[in-house]
Ligand binder design. Structure first.
Ligand code: ADE
Length: 226
């Protein structure tokens, strides 16, 4: 899988994508993540990528030309399954969407900034608009980083068996059960006895019951879905 991220702040993403599991996934050749500086594609001699909005509204708007040039250059090299724009008014990102996107071959993530991007880009070049939650970030970089992380960890081979994504919260609309490690008794705070019993069936039953109880208490809305 390949992910191309278009941004005006490449330095914000470089460290993130080359660290930890995302970095290792790339070194193992399982995914490629490329960050493109939008300013490299502008024809403006001052490297500006934004301008004032028509209509006299407040704020700046990202212009069509550099975005079109960058997306066109990428599309000339390969076909993309989705050209995604990160924006607070997009469809809400979720585990099912991450699952779906992890099966794709090539994705573009365009990070918004300022008051947004010229709407014609959204009409003509963007195939999917995604929000990571009902709050407004200063730019789409954190949203793109969150999406890349959630997607890449689902690519086969990225996580080891022990880290398996199958037991994640949300994967079956249930929150994950609590986990513990040694020591079994820390300052009198004890690990539940059942986990020390070695009784596999009872442990599985405890895990499911904990998942159900936590979901009912913390995220009852998940039990209403599908
Ligand atoms: N850009 C600014 N806020 C955002 C959000 N909540 N989701 C995605 N992109 C954004």
């Amino acid at each position: 899988m390949r992910i191309d991220i278009i941004t005006v702040l490449p330095e914000m993403l470089e460290g993130f994508i080359n660290t930890s599991i995302l970095g290792r996934a790339q070194r193992k050749g399982l995914v490629e993540i490329h960050v493109h500086n939008l300013r490299d594609y502008t024809t403006d001699k001052h490297r500006r990528v934004d301008d004032y909005p028509f209509g006299g509204f407040a704020g700046m708007v990202m212009q069509c030309q550099p975005i079109d040039a960058c997306i066109s250059a990428l599309k000339a090299e390969r076909e993309y399954d989705e050209v995604i724009f990160t924006t607070p008014d997009g469809e809400r990102f979720s585990q099912p969407m991450a699952n779906e996107l992890s099966l794709k071959e090539n994705l573009i993530l365009l990070c918004g900034h300022y008051k947004g991007i010229d709407f014609r880009i959204r009409e003509h070049l963007i195939t999917k608009e995604v929000s990571i939650g009902d709050y407004v970030l200063t730019g789409g970089e954190i949203a793109a980083a969150a999406m890349a992380d959630a997607i890449v960890r689902l690519v086969p081979g990225v996580l080891s068996d022990e880290q398996s994504a199958l037991s994640d919260s949300f994967q079956d609309n249930l929150l994950a059960a609590p986990v513990y490690t040694r020591p079994a008794d820390y300052k009198g705070w004890r690990v539940p006895d059942v986990l020390l019993s070695g009784h596999e069936a009872r442990i599985k039953e405890w895990e499911l019951q904990q998942s159900m109880e936590r979901t009912r208490r913390l995220r009852p809305d998940l039990l209403q879905q599908g």
